[in-house]
Ligand binder design. Structure first.
Ligand SMILES: Cc1cc2nc3c(=O)[nH]c(=O)nc-3n(C[C@H](O)[C@H](O)[C@H](O)COP(=O)(O)O)c2cc1C
Length: 271
């Protein structure tokens, strides 16, 4: 006897390509909480990411608590997503757990160095992007925050990270309250090299960034705060905006120092 087909009311999960191409960062959120069961499902998908030696040298910190998010708002450079999204995820390079296991197993431990930090950071970042895609496939929105690494020391203190643990990436997570258009990307053939690295001519560089110049500038000029910055700094093009307003040498040097000092504190010393 044939069984009666069941009619599912659950929304169809999009294909991985649909999820990837529909991605856009979400900076405005509904207050609705993310159900625990859903969060667990996307985190389970996240930890299926490849991992160096399958050591899984990362930790994911789920922050829902309002008080903690208020504390994190400051080192996250007062970005509204930290308060508005119901969940903040912080992905940390973590050799603490692995090294504890080595100690308990009477195994030698050579993981107090820069290479170990990079290995663990790569693992953490791969997991973060898996989690991001799983979340987006479920109708949630995310926005990465570069402040996670830039202010890793203050964020590490608030999250009570032990030695061997460093926050590398983090994002807000929740139901979108906006539906922004996908942002432009540089053309594929400007990013991909066949077989070996192909040198760029000046003309080719201009061509690769031509559309970005228009789209990027349009975007900055449409936001009053950013438009003011552009006008104040008298910048003439998008490249100048990037390096004389958004990502200055002074800020990158300051954040470099902060990250390097924190790596030292967290027992990932440079050679
Ligand atoms: C590591 C990383 C850090 C980021 N930091 C921030 C941030 O601090 N604030 C923010 O609003 N967006 C941040 N973003 C989001 C980018 O601005 C965004 O991904 C990019 O402009 C492309 O837009 P899209 O994600 O909507 O396609 C970050 C993205 C990455 C990957």
């Amino acid at each position: 006897m044939q069984s009666t087909p069941t009619v599912s009311t659950a929304p169809a999960i999009p294909s991985v390509y649909e999820t990837i191409t529909r991605h856009r960062s979400i900076r405005s959120y509904c207050p609705d909480p993310v159900p625990e069961e859903l969060l667990t499902r996307i985190l389970e998908a996240g930890i299926r990411a490849s991992s160096s030696g399958n050591m899984q040298t990362y930790s994911v910190i789920v922050t829902r608590d309002r008080g903690l998010r208020e504390a994190l708002y400051v080192p996250h450079m007062e970005q509204n997503m930290v308060l508005d999204a119901p969940v903040l995820l912080t992905f940390c390079a973590d050799f603490h757990r692995m090294r504890r296991w080595l100690a308990l197993s009477d195994a030698p431990d050579g993981f107090d160095n820069f290479m170990s930090f990079i290995v663990a950071a790569i693992d953490a970042i791969l997991v973060s992007q898996n989690v991001a895609l799983a979340a987006e496939a479920e109708g949630l929105g995310i926005c990465y925050m570069g402040s996670t690494l830039a202010n890793c020391d203050q964020i590490g203190a608030i999250l009570q990270l032990p030695e061997g643990v460093v926050p590398v990436v983090g994002f807000s997570l929740g139901y979108p309250a906006e539906d922004p258009a996908p942002r432009d990307r540089l053309p594929l053939d400007g990013l991909v090299h066949q077989e070996t690295y192909q040198a760029y001519s000046d003309a080719r560089i201009r061509e690769i960034y031509a559309e970005r110049e228009i789209k990027g500038r349009e975007r900055y000029m449409s936001v009053p705060r950013l438009r003011r910055l552009v006008e104040e700094h008298g910048v003439e093009n998008l490249a100048q905006l990037y390096s004389s307003v958004k990502y200055t040498r002074a800020s990158h040097e300051e954040f470099s120092r902060r990250v390097l000092d924190y790596l030292q504190t967290q027992d990932f010393p440079l050679p």
